[in-house]
Write a protein that binds this ligand. Structure first.
Ligand code: SUG
Length: 417
């Protein structure tokens, strides 16, 4: 079978909550302290996967991690029972659900050894995300265990912050053709942290054996980070030969666009002008945190969050776009509002891997029947609500652990327990 794009969605974990842990992520900060709905959040995630399958797309999953993360607390010489409230909140986060931050992926046609390379993200900038990588690495090593096809690399060492595919775009005439890889980094100094460091991006390009002539390092605009675009995938997304970006996404867009057109004359740039959609509207609606996908018939579709339809400036622009002659022909809307309230849209929830599905551990691939089983587990075991005031309750930790175990059993992945 040829190489195709598979979206691996992070299943929303049973401790999904609003603790306001991500400085610079305006939605998460705004909702700090609110009561979350883990069951609804996870069911919304399942419904999104079903909608993608119905469009003819291949779908995989990544799993929630152990929460509270006792191993991490033990390394800090404490326990859930004794940890200070802030540390406990960091240990309880369900943030692995945002699989776009799990790893950076370079498909086989782009790499020197012609294997697909995945480098797990260290996520060092945010304490609650900095302890994700060991469990993510274990899952990736299981899912992509075929070493003749995949290389799964450990994280870039700190202090160089790496946030994975959220700051990486790949453009190619077809998924299985050699691509141009674009790493987008931030420069510290603004009001919010720059979570992707250029040193980390350069290290990943070397680790993956990318062709320097087909790799670009592009600075995200300081204005975008200051407006709340804590990852590039909040202001830009690429698929195939198409780049869809906000006018103010990049520090030097003319230089970037010129480099891109030189490396890839087929590139099509769909730019949204600030005069039509302000950065604030783009970030609040997550217009660019859409999944830009090629459907089996060859048509390109944008899978958007409901918030993009609810924003008149954004929706009017999108209507004009599809009425025109551009490469993006179809709009699909999904409801992921529980994730959105923590700053995670449709594209945050998925990690794209270009590979032959037959070379991947089938336990990580899903169809409708498997999603039925996962839905039943979630409906029966996920907490209906979590109030951050109740983080210290052992019954919450027990329920979360039992719920995760049920899920692992349903997927025949008890080895990850
Ligand atoms: O890292 N939110 C995540 C959202 C990640 C979105 N991912 C992409 N753009 N690809 C983050 O900021 C909120 C956690 C809290 O406040 O509890 C959080 O981690």
């Amino acid at each position: 079978m040829p190489l195709i794009e598979i979206n691996f969605d992070g299943i929303v974990g049973p401790t999904h909550n609003y603790a306001g842990l991500s400085l610079g992520n305006l939605a998460a900060t705004r909702n700090a302290g609110s009561v979350s709905r883990p069951r609804a959040a996870a069911l919304q995630g399942i419904a999104k996967m079903r909608a993608n399958i119905a469009l003819g797309l291949a779908q995989g999953v990544l799993l929630p991690h152990r929460r509270p993360d006792r191993a991490w607390l033990a390394a800090l010489a404490t326990t859930p029972e004794d940890a200070a409230p802030a540390l406990l909140a960091n240990a309880l986060s369900a943030s692995p659900m945002w699989a776009a931050n799990a790893a950076t992926v370079s498909p086989a046609p782009d790499t020197a050894d012609k294997r697909c390379h995945l480098t797990v993200a260290n996520l060092v900038t945010m304490p609650h995300r900095s302890h994700e990588w060991p469990e993510t690495l274990a899952q990736l090593r299981l899912a992509f265990a075929d070493r003749t096809r995949f290389a799964v690399n450990g994280p870039v060492p700190p202090p160089f912050g790496d946030e994975g595919a959220a700051n990486h775009m790949r453009m190619a005439t077809a998924h299985d053709a050699p691509g141009v890889e674009i790493f987008v980094y931030g420069v510290p100094g603004g009001p919010f942290p720059a979570r992707q460091h250029v040193e980390a991006s350069r290290a990943i390009a070397r680790l993956h054996g990318l062709d320097a002539q087909r790799t670009l390092f592009v600075q995200q605009s300081e204005q975008a980070i200051a407006a709340g675009a804590f990852h590039n995938d909040v202001v830009a997304v690429a698929n195939g030969p198409v780049l869809f970006a906000h006018e103010l996404a990049f520090a030097d867009k003319e230089g970037f666009y010129a480099d891109l057109r030189r490396l890839m004359p087929e590139a099509e740039i769909v730019e949204v002008p600030a005069s039509r959609v302000s950065l604030a509207d783009a970030i609040a609606s997550y217009l660019f945190n859409a999944q830009l996908v090629t459907l089996p018939g060859g048509e390109m579709a944008l899978i958007l969050p409901g918030e993009a339809r609810a924003n008149p400036a954004v929706w009017n622009w999108l209507q004009d776009m599809v009425a025109g002659n551009g490469p993006i022909r179809r709009l699909e809307v999904v409801d992921v509002r529980e994730s959105m309230a923590n700053g995670g849209g449709p594209a945050c929830l998925r990690l794209r891997v270009v590979a032959d599905p037959a070379t991947i551990d089938p336990r990580f691939l899903v169809d409708d029947a498997k999603l039925d089983r996962l839905e039943a587990v979630i409906a029966a075991h996920w907490p209906e609500t979590i109030d951050p005031a109740g983080f210290a309750s052992p019954s919450l930790w027990q329920q979360a652990a039992a719920a995760r175990e049920e899920l692992l059993t349903a997927l025949d992945l008890a080895a990850l327990a």
